[in-house]
Design a protein around this ligand. Structure first.
Ligand code: DP6
Length: 320
């Protein structure tokens, strides 16, 4: 009744922002992401007959804030008649700060819980359960370049290319490792209800998805970077025009964008993306990694640099 799983966060190049069904947590738009290799969440789930309630520990601290979402996810995977669970989560990177920690956490939680009950769900079913807990988590069940399609019924996932097939690198500039001001679930709904750009964002997404899919198929780094930066800035424009505005950037985020622009002008193969936090993720070709790391390290306001390649989807790695 105990299992341990590990999952890596993923970073969207074409973003998921908005839901078509909040109850089932279905995305209003498709998205394409890359799964990372070296950042990860390790999740242990132990179902214990003697426990009176679920217990969650995150990085060594009891956590009651995330517990309701964890309990709902445990119920979805193991059924409401299950024993209570002792859930222990350890991440090797800052959590709740726009580094997709909920994606790796819920992907690992679903895999560990299914293994703890000796379930035999396939990857698509596990992804569906992870996506119900947190939309982006569904993508962390798969490695490499992953597309999550929108659907009114259920989500669908597809690996567009493996990590080994196009081994890009990611340099993360950590600009403030503090929790975000507003969670993405709440902020998405705010955008849907109040942003005048939301409708156009949803309408245009298929065009960006098609461009990204073609760029990935052709391993065209320039084309992928162009559509990824455009899609990222469009998502943040939707957020900024929400009422009240949702602004995740800080001055270091803008300074990092400028650094990436300068690198691009010098012919370095790099592009940026930014999620629900001030961190900037620079995606680059392997040969550019040292230049990108050096330039971002020297940028004002950057606190720390994390480096990673692309990796595989969530896996169980221990159980009894
Ligand atoms: C900006 O997956 O965290 O990172 O489904 O409400 O849990 P919920 O949202 P979540 O949103 C991720 C938003 C994003 C873009 C992306 O990862 O596609």
């Amino acid at each position: 009744m105990r299992a341990i799983a590990r999952a890596q966060p993923n970073i969207a190049l074409i973003k998921y922002w908005g839901k078509s069904d909040t109850r089932r947590n279905l995305p209003a738009v498709g998205s394409i992401s890359i799964t990372l290799a070296d950042l990860h969440t390790t999740m242990s789930v132990e179902l214990e007959p003697a426990l009176q309630q679920d217990v969650l520990t995150v990085n060594g601290q009891a956590n009651s804030e995330l517990l309701p979402r964890v309990t709902t996810c445990l119920d979805a995977v193991a059924g409401e008649q299950r024993h209570c669970a002792r859930v222990t989560s350890e991440a090797n990177f800052p959590i709740g700060a726009g580094l997709a920690s909920s994606a790796s956490a819920f992907a690992a939680l679903v895999v560990a819980t299914d293994a703890a009950i000796d379930g035999d769900r396939d990857r698509a079913q596990l992804a569906g359960l992870a996506g119900a807990a947190s939309g982006s988590a569904a993508r962390s069940l798969y490695g490499g370049f992953v597309e999550l399609s929108k659907s009114d019924e259920d989500i669908e996932l597809q690996c567009l290319r493996t990590a080994a097939d196009w081994p890009l690198q990611v340099v993360v500039a950590v600009n403030a490792a503090t929790p975000k001001p507003i969670g993405s679930t709440e902020a998405m709904e705010l955008s849907r209800k109040t942003s005048p750009f939301y409708g156009r964002w949803v309408e245009q997404q298929d065009v960006d998805l098609a461009s990204a899919r073609a760029a990935i198929a052709a391993r065209d780094f320039g084309a992928l970077g162009a559509v990824a930066e455009h899609n990222c800035l469009k998502m943040h424009s939707v957020m900024w025009a929400s009422r009240p505005p949702v602004v995740y950037w800080n001055s270091a985020t803008l300074a990092c964008m400028q650094t990436v622009r300068e690198l691009q002008q010098d012919g370095v193969a790099v592009f940026f993306t930014i999620d629900a936090g001030p961190q900037l993720k620079a995606v680059c070709e392997p040969a550019a990694t040292d230049d990108v790391r050096a330039a971002l390290s020297a940028t004002d306001g950057v606190e720390k640099i994390l480096m990673t390649g692309l990796g595989d989807g969530a896996t169980e790695f221990a159980g009894d």
